[in-house]
Design a binder for this molecule. Structure first.
Ligand code: SF4
Length: 371
């Protein structure tokens, strides 16, 4: 019988790549199995259900190592404990990441949670670049990791420092209010930051009737309608490619099937979508609204990752995406595997140079001061 062949197939299927991946290890005497039966052909060999043999353990040649292969989630949990790390995940992350996170929320919730964290030495920020940057700015004493270096928000890239400077020449007296979906270098040039949850409150708080607001022109229009102030969008047409996918026509079709459904729309969606909404709000505001509403069905116009959280928190209610393909490819770059590697190798560390961080921190803190 070619036992090594059997062993190798099983090993691959179970994804045990090293002894570190094993738990509940005990040595079991198995005199009939000798070292020569295995030679050095595999590090771990399958013997029976849940039993693995290490052939590299010198001095234990007549013993088998009985162990369970750890799941990826168990490995992440162990690393979290060993390294005193926490995982913060955005509402748009994959369901399996949301399920292992210590906190799931929108950008303001995540930033607050990061600021309040006292114990952790490492924060794994499962989201996109600008969010991890904000966490790094607010937590200069902690190591902030982004699991995927290329997870970049395209909207955040749409506004540059040079553009702000140009608009400031045209409107020298107008304060600059920037959505947190901006890079740290750009935040350093604004008076105060805002999120989609508090944008109206922030703009109402500034002592000016004309405000430079960026980078999302749909959110700018929402704020203009709610505050009555003159809102100058910078750049003129900044947008989120994912939220631009929602169309009123798709919602009308869904309404034929779910006539009593409540339509919840994110303010990054187009004005036409905002016009047909029963409720407009950030992802966390949507979660609160769904909980307290008596409605049973909701049509949701924001990135599809939120549906997992909504269903989990409201088991008796039904949530339908207003457009199932509205998936942010950048948010979805983060996977469990990448998160594991990130924690294990402590990469990718997000840092912001202190002169930039200092100015950006001021704009973020000013936002947090508004209760
Ligand atoms: S959903 Fe839109 S705003 Fe959010 S990270 Fe993706 S591209 Fe950026």
């Amino acid at each position: 019988m070619n036992r090594n062949l059997v062993c190798r197939c099983e090993l691959r299927r179970l994804d045990a790549t090293s002894q570190d991946d094993l738990v509940d290890m005990t040595f079991v005497d198995l005199a009939q199995w000798t070292a020569s039966a295995f030679e050095n052909k595999a590090r771990l060999c399958f013997l029976g259900k849940g039993i693995y043999l290490s052939v590299r353990l010198e001095g234990f040649t007549n013993y088998v190592l009985k162990a369970k292969v750890m799941t990826l989630v168990e490995k992440i949990d162990r690393l979290k404990r060993d390294k005193k790390a926490i995982i913060l995940a955005h509402n748009y992350q994959r369901p399996e990441i949301q399920d292992i996170a210590d906190y799931v929320g929108d950008s303001i919730g995540l930033s607050r949670r990061a600021m309040e964290e006292k114990e952790a030495k490492i924060i794994v920020f499962s989201a996109v670049d600008f969010m991890a940057e904000s966490a790094a700015i607010l937590n200069p004493d902690k190591k902030v990791l982004l699991p995927t270096l290329g997870a970049r928000c395209p909207m955040a890239q749409m506004l540059t420092v040079e553009q702000i400077k140009r608009w400031k020449v045209l409107y020298p007296l107008a304060p600059v209010v920037l959505y947190v979906n901006t890079l740290a270098s750009v935040k350093a040039y604004c008076d105060v930051c805002c999120t989609s949850a508090n944008a109206v409150k922030v703009v109402n708080s500034v002592n000016a009737e004309t405000v430079l607001f960026g980078p999302d022109h749909n959110l700018a229009e929402y704020v203009r309608r709610k505050t009555g102030k003159t809102i100058i969008p910078i750049p003129e047409r900044g947008f989120c490619p994912t939220h631009m996918l929602f169309q009123p026509e798709d919602v009308h079709v869904l309404k034929l099937k779910y006539p009593d459904a409540i339509v919840m729309v994110h303010p990054e969606c187009t004005v036409e979508m905002q016009d047909i909404a029963d409720f407009i709000g950030s992802t966390s505001q949507m979660c609160r609204h769904a909980k307290k509403s008596n409605a049973e069905t909701f049509i949701v116009a924001t990135e599809e990752g939120i549906i997992h959280r909504l269903k989990k928190e409201n088991p008796g209610k039904q949530f339908v995406s207003a457009y199932e393909d509205a998936v942010c490819p950048n948010m979805k770059l983060n996977t469990l595997e990448r998160l594991y590697t990130s924690l294990k190798e402590e990469k990718y560390v997000i840092t912001v140079p202190e002169p930039v961080a200092k100015k950006a921190r001021k704009a973020l803190e000013k936002m947090f001061e508004l209760k």
